[in-house]
Design a protein around this ligand. Structure first.
Ligand code: ACO
Length: 273
């Protein structure tokens, strides 16, 4: 794996840790970080060792949003450079992370501000430290949640919470983020890594083709009408059955109906790896 200036990659037991690595700048996102992240995700998308991706931040911050100096002020008056940086920020966080082929977990270890909400929502699952601090702070410096933050908070926050927090700029902690369902759950910071690894290992035990299809189908059909969704889901089920290398559907039914070795309501079938 290549090395990068602003991102660290660590791999262990099927888990790939993608760590935003500008702790001295609270992991705010510079154009360089965006370009590097495009490359990181393209590399990892076809990496057989990556069974689950965990996105986190080095130090006390998850991501302090866009870099107000390098991404905003320094690109003023440079339309082509701004366009390139805007392409990259959208490309990695929305195009690649949203549709990443294996499950993705946002492990929010500290500050999560502004533009950081985009990758938070793009990840499939989010776990926060109770002590983490979230904020839609844009209003505090005279703008509003840009990029696609105003759109993604409509997916992941209630109407009331999204408007309240984007209008006031008030912060909230990890416990509150879990109560409002912006993250799945919050745990004390000293347990965050262990709990996240536990979840990642649970996912690693599942059928990879079924995991991929599950997230693709859910994310794609959310905006379809019922007729299109039924047709699309039906086609994806046929495609999964035809292409799953471990033939999970047939194997699972065999182990339940014939072998009587497990109950699919309560656990996964035994995979042969
Ligand atoms: N853009 C540019 N620089 C930043 C950012 C940012 N978003 N966040 C932190 N930094 C820099 C600071 O300027 C400082 O740099 P310096 O050491 O060269 O002076 C360094 O990171 C450390 O920041 P401090 O403010 O000293 O750290 P502290 O731990 O006290 O506070 C906090 C951290 C709360 C994250 C604070 O830095 C902050 O409020 N940052 C802005 C967060 C924000 O509003 N993000 C939304 C950006 S807009 C968008 O995303 C669309």
């Amino acid at each position: 794996m290549k090395t990068y200036n602003t991102v660290k990659i660590e791999k262990e037991g099927g888990i790939t840790w993608v760590i935003l690595n500008r702790p001295e700048k609270r992991n705010c996102m510079s154009p360089e970080l965006h370009f590097e992240m495009v490359d990181v995700l393209i590399e990892l998308e076809s990496d057989p060792e990556t069974r689950v991706l965990i996105l986190t931040g080095e130090g006390e911050s998850w991501c302090a949003g866009q870099d107000l100096k390098a991404f905003f002020r320094e690109l003023d008056g440079k339309p082509a450079e701004r366009r390139r940086a805007e392409w990259a920020t959208h490309e990695w966080r929305w195009r690649h992370l949203l549709t990443f082929p294996v499950p993705t977990i946002a492990m929010v270890n500290g500050y999560c501000f502004g533009g950081g909400f985009t990758q938070l929502v793009a990840c499939d699952i989010a776990i926060a430290a109770e002590e983490a601090t979230f904020g839609l702070s844009e209003i505090n410096f005279g703008i509003f949640p840009g990029g696609i933050v105003s759109r993604v908070i409509a997916d992941a926050m209630s109407y009331r919470d999204a408007l309240y927090y984007s209008l006031t700029g008030d912060t909230f902690d990890g416990k509150q983020a879990a109560e409002m369902r912006l993250v799945n759950y919050a745990v004390p910071l000293d347990k965050l890594r262990d709990e996240t690894v536990k979840l990642a290992n649970k996912l690693i035990d599942k059928n990879p083709a079924a995991l991929r299809a599950t997230k693709e189908v859910f994310k794609t059909c959310r905006n379809m009408d019922y007729t299109h969704a039924e047709e699309y889901i039906g086609a994806k089920l046929v495609a999964l059955r035809a292409t799953d290398p471990e033939k999970g559907r047939d194997e699972g039914i065999k182990q339940f109906i014939d072998d009587k070795t497990y109950r699919p309501g309560l656990e996964s079938y035994q995979r042969k790896e």
